[in-house]
Design a protein around this ligand. Structure first.
Ligand SMILES: [Zn+2]
Length: 327
């Protein structure tokens, strides 16, 4: 007959189990956060300009009714503005059109850096959900692209870079074949272009209030104040996430955190996912959208709700990353 386990032993087993679970949780937390203190020094004398970022956001937000396929005149005005601004800073500007072109629907692309080497894609969608101004979602990301073009005209990136503004991220196009980024990613893959990575600027302007996280486990390891920019990607995107984090940290303008792990809510909700389909690492760079900004997809998403100084810190960080890559 087996002897029963005494209460002392039971408590010891329970404590050991708890200790093991806690140790595993901390290890998992450190891994998904990619805990490191690496900084890429910011060695430029110039930075992005919060006033210019604001003027880009204001122009895009003014296009009424909302800039999407239901309102092609607004969508085209936004595309023209992006094209004209890119053209101030590089001769290599291209419009990419495709089958669904009756409304002159297009990706707007600007190229910088050397011809040889793996391509870094930095993109942002310029359409909005419904008839709204879409200042944070996603005039903020487009303004970031436009400022990057100005910065790259002064110090080119060390690897080939395409800045791409896309239509058709918002429903009903999201994740479908007519999403602007699906078209762009497929065209690169079909052309045999070697891709280094993709950074999607998707809502980079809102920094206030309490941060809401959808999972208890995430809440344990991430800040509860909504004052940071977040990088999100799969475990296999972690090297890109680390480089970007070091670049943003080195620029010193905004707090940055990252998530690298299984796809949880939000991690695949942007244009980087289109490049995943072709074996290219990709991450979203975001203020976390609906997990922080209560104006998300409403008429309250307006230019005066954004923090242009912190946005500028994000742009400087992306710039710092792209000019510091060594292949
Ligand atoms: Zn949206």
């Amino acid at each position: 007959m087996a002897k029963g386990i005494g209460p002392g032993k039971m408590i010891r087993y329970a404590l050991s189990f708890l200790l093991l679970v806690s140790a595993c949780s901390v290890a998992a937390g450190l891994l998904i956060r990619q805990a490191s203190f690496r900084k890429t020094p910011y060695e430029q004398a110039f930075r992005s300009d919060p006033a210019i970022l604001r003027s880009h956001v204001e122009y895009l937000a003014e296009q009424c009714p909302g800039r999407n396929c239901a309102n092609p005149a607004s969508l085209n005005k936004a595309a023209n503005y992006i094209e004209e601004t890119f053209s101030l800073y590089t001769a290599e500007v291209e419009s990419q059109t495709w089958k669904e072109t009756e409304n002159n629907l297009r990706n707007v692309i600007a190229r910088f850096g050397p011809d040889a080497g793996k391509l870094l894609i930095i993109g942002a969608h310029y359409d909005v959900y419904g008839d709204i101004k879409g200042a944070d979602d996603n005039a903020s990301g487009v303004a970031g692209l436009l400022e990057l073009s100005r910065l790259f005209s002064r110090t080119p990136p060390s690897v080939p870079v395409e800045l791409v503004a896309y239509p058709n991220l918002e429903p009903p196009y999201f994740a479908g074949p007519n999403m602007g980024s699906s078209i762009h990613a497929k065209s690169l893959a079909d052309g045999g272009v070697r891709m280094k990575g993709m950074i999607s600027l998707n809502m980079i302007g809102f920094y206030s209030g309490r941060q809401k996280w959808p999972y208890f486990f995430i809440r344990l390891f991430y800040p509860m104040e909504g004052n940071f920019i977040a990088i999100g990607g799969r475990w296999k995107d972690r090297m890109l996430a680390r480089d970007l984090k070091a670049g943003i940290r080195g620029a010193g303008g905004v707090r940055v955190i990252s998530y690298s792990g299984p796809i949880i809510i939000g991690v695949d909700l942007s244009d980087h996912r289109s490049y995943w389909d072709h074996g290219c690492p990709g991450v979203i760079l975001t203020d976390t959208a609906f997990m922080r900004n209560e104006n998300y997809h409403t008429k309250r998403d307006t230019p005066e709700t954004l923090d242009y100084d912190k946005m500028s810190g994000v742009v400087d960080g992306v710039f710092n990353t792209a000019i510091s890559y060594r292949e």
